[in-house]
Each structure stands twice: as C-alpha cells, then as structure tokens.
Design a protein around this ligand. Structure first.
Ligand SMILES: CC(C)(COP(=O)(O)OP(=O)(O)OC[C@H]1O[C@@H](n2cnc3c(N)ncnc32)[C@H](O)[C@@H]1OP(=O)(O)O)[C@@H](O)C(=O)NCCC(=O)NCCS
Length: 163
C-alpha cells in the first residue's frame, strides 16, 4: 500500500483538543470523555500523544501516558481514526508515531486495553506486535461489572519487547 505523503503526524497542541473530542464522538465506539480531558492531554501529556492531519483536517489521534509504577511501559489509552479513513493503514502509522514520541521512545513495553468485540483494535495491536517480533499477553483488567450497565469489559494487552 502506498503511504499518503500529505498526512502529517505531530504532537497535539491545546487547539486540537476540541477536534479530538469531536472525532472520538464520530468513531461511535470510543468512550467519550470530557473536552477538558482531551485539552489536558494535549497540554500536559503531549509528549505521549500524536495527531494525524491532512490539509489541516484531523484524520486520527492517539493518546497515552507513561506509567510511574511501571517505568518500562507506555500505556496507549485511546486511538481513533476518522470513519472514512479507517482500514487504510493509518492506525498502524499512528501507533508507530506514538512509539517514536519523545515520551515513549525508550519504553520497552506497550500496554493498552481492548474490548473483546473490537476486532479492528485487536487486528491493529496484533499487527504492531508482529512488526516488533513481540509477544502479546492478554489478562483481565476492567470487568463488565466494573462499569455501569451496557459497557463491555476491557482486557489488558501487554506487548513486549518493543524494538
Ligand atoms: C481500531 C482503529 C484505530 C484501527 O485503525 P485502522 O487505520 O482502521 O487500521 P489499519 O488499517 O492500520 O489496520 C491495522 C491492522 O488491523 C487490521 N484491521 C483493521 N480493521 C480491521 C477489522 N475491522 N477487523 C479485523 N482486522 C482489522 C488490518 O488488517 C491490519 O492488520 P494487518 O497489518 O495484519 O493487515 C480504527 O479502526 C478505529 O479508529 N476504530 C474506532 C475506534 C477504536 O475502536 N479504537 C480502538 C480502541 S481504543
């Protein structure tokens, strides 16, 4: 697949927070947090977040953070691609860009959580693990009964070694 050179990957700025919040809503599948939370990520956690844009329009984003209790790990919190840009390799490019951010590039372990029914997300992280020759360990994290009714469980994925 040829990669669209016009797509720019960069750390978010606080001006991106509202657009990320809207894109989260457009995915129809991600938990929608407050706009304040996305603004905070773009401001205080920008070194472990990436946005992808084309001609000034937001096509995708990834948010994450380092875990003080597990210094080897970077935790990928949410990733979302605009519905009409999904399935074209952008998710993989965003995760690669995420792993190269100044905040994540020395991490040896990638952690994230995935709902069991999210085949696209599983496909994405399986592909990333394959690229790194890494193993995936899946374990229980947030059960369905931790959430209000109607929310699926979130399983923990530990992917290592990265690089
Ligand atoms: C999950 C998501 C980020 C993946 O990004 P994407 O750009 O669509 O995925 P890519 O095109 O980079 O594909 C990555 C891998 O996943 C696989 N994949 C993509 N969509 C898939 C699907 N619906 N079912 C199964 N596998 C799928 C691809 O085949 C590829 O694997 P390969 O390299 O072995 O061929 C995107 O679909 C999305 O934004 N979904 C809605 C939000 C969401 O669920 N986010 C994840 C939870 S935080």
């Amino acid at each position: 697949m040829s990669e669209e050179p016009s797509i720019v990957f960069r750390p978010p700025e606080r001006e991106d927070g509202a657009a990320i919040h809207q894109l989260v809503q457009r995915t129809g599948i991600l938990d929608v947090n407050s706009c304040y939370l996305y603004l905070l990520l773009c401001t205080e956690f920008a070194d472990t977040c990436v946005v992808a844009e084309e001609d000034g329009a937001l096509l995708g984003f990834v948010t994450g953070l380092r875990l003080p209790q597990r210094p080897d790990s970077v935790f990928l919190w949410q990733i979302g691609i605009a519905p009409d840009a999904q399935g074209r390799g952008l998710g993989k490019r965003l995760v690669r860009a995420f792993l190269e951010t100044s905040g994540a590039r020395d991490a040896r372990v990638l952690e994230t959580t995935i709902s069991p029914s999210n085949a696209a997300s599983r496909g994405l992280f399986t592909a990333i693990a394959r690229e790194h020759g890494a193993e995936i360990q899946v374990s229980e994290y947030f059960r369905e009964d931790h959430f209000p009714p109607g929310h699926e469980s979130e399983e923990h994925y530990r992917i290592a070694p990265i690089r």
